[in-house]
Design a protein around this ligand. Sequence first.
Ligand code: MN
Length: 575
Amino acid sequence: MNWEEYEKKLSKFHVVEKDKEFLKKVLELAKKVHDGEKRLSGEDYITHPIAVSLKLAELKMDANTIAAGLLHDAVERSPETLKTIKKNFGDELSFLVDGVTKVDRVHSTGADRALESVKKMFLAVAEDIRVVIIKLMDRLHNMETIASLPQEKRERIARETLSLYASIADRLGMWNIKAQLEDLSMKYLYPKEYEYISGEIKKFAPEREKYLKKILQELEIELKRAEIKPIEINYREKHLYSAWRKLERYEGDWSRISDLIALRIIVPDIKSCYGGLGVVHKLWKPVPGKFKDYIALPKPNGYQSLHTSVFTEPRVIVEFQIRTLEMHREAESGIAAHWAYSEAGKPKKGFKSIGKKFNWISQLQKWQKELNPPAGGENASSEEFLEALKIDFFKDRIFVLTPKGDVVDLPKGSTPLDFAYHIHSEIGNHASGAKINGRMMSFSWELRSGNVVEIITQKNKKPSPEWLTLVRTAMAKNKIRQALRMYPKKSFLSSDSKLVEIRIYGKNRIGFIKDITSVFARRKINIQNLISARSGSEEVPIRVTCVPKDKRELDNIVSRLEKIEGVKKVTPAFK
Ligand code: MN
């Protein structure tokens, strides 16, 4: 696709001239990176990033996000591209592209037990909701063009799409995207069922359409009489996957699925929603028990609308959904609807009020609470809203992977030894080295979300007291202490042990201990043990056990301690 064709499509989605100039330059870079590269289907590779970017434009995302769609596979292809992006187009675009590249490493193996962790890791690694949306559009286009892949790969991708991507789209309230992902997955995972359901739905489609048109005419006349001006009336067919699921619940009885087709009335305001409902119920007799006021009582996922089912004829049931444009937009594209609003010319300060209305925020907050204690109140301020976009609600946790792809959830600041003890105490006790993303790293390395961690073990390896200063989790600390007690002390008298006991002689006055501990705290040295003289006698020293970095640091500590008021003598000794 050349620029002219691409530009024409962008215009269709109301991308403004200024952004087009920017996107033209980005497209040039993307074309350069993917030059000569082909997809399995034989098409030029660039057709894929272009398609992804157009999906983002259709969702009315901002220019940087559309641009990131163009470049989403560029860094994977040539890692140095990230620098070029940063230099030519700035931090925000390079941040988004980098985020997409990192998320590429997160996969679901399909094992249900880890799925929730995988989802959380996916979001934690993405760092920004827009990165998640780019990945969803990437996956959607891959699913649309999956036919040319070998069957085994196709099924693996479809399974992951169903378990991970569709479910994330659902969490973000992007029902439309979720429906597309589910139907495409179903097509490749359950082809027979797919054929059957779509066949049944298609069989009666023309008849149904004719009938609905007739109903629509009657409805329009009555709405006009009641002075309700609908913005749009349309109908949607239930998507195949959810029709299949429902059919299974009803043991294959099609007649029990009353919402196979729903007529949608989009009106300007809430008053017209209830007015429209009155018109529908005046025209046709409602089915008892089928009326749902999701405006007054939104669904737990935030969905708002009025639902009712009526007998348009004896034994013919039609479902109606009545909602405002805003409710409709959020129902269709969830989180992405936010950008559509700001595009519509609303000022940035409109952010705040929109933020309050967007129910996915409370969704995300609820999700967050599963892991972290609640931060802030129910009424999200605009800052909190922006925070939510930044996906930093997992900021106290990290999600790392085993070489097999299992997700391990650890507190922030954890090191390879925390990971090792989390897997198994034997792996911890015999750890001799750690590989992070395939590279050897020291045990003091702070793990980050998305890291693949592999622990190298050796039979004769044993924990060293120094490890106590390297781990973050209480579990690892306890297990190391246990192991240290288990092995004869002698084995730690090796020359590389740096555990030092410092004896401080002096008068134990008020604030004395605090003065001593602050010498260590200032140098960020963990005190592993402190035994203070009970009697306050100058003969019995205060004993501090620690692991200084080197001789110089130890000398430094000693001279500092000697300067403390009341200290008579300081003697260090290796244990
Ligand atoms: Mn891609």
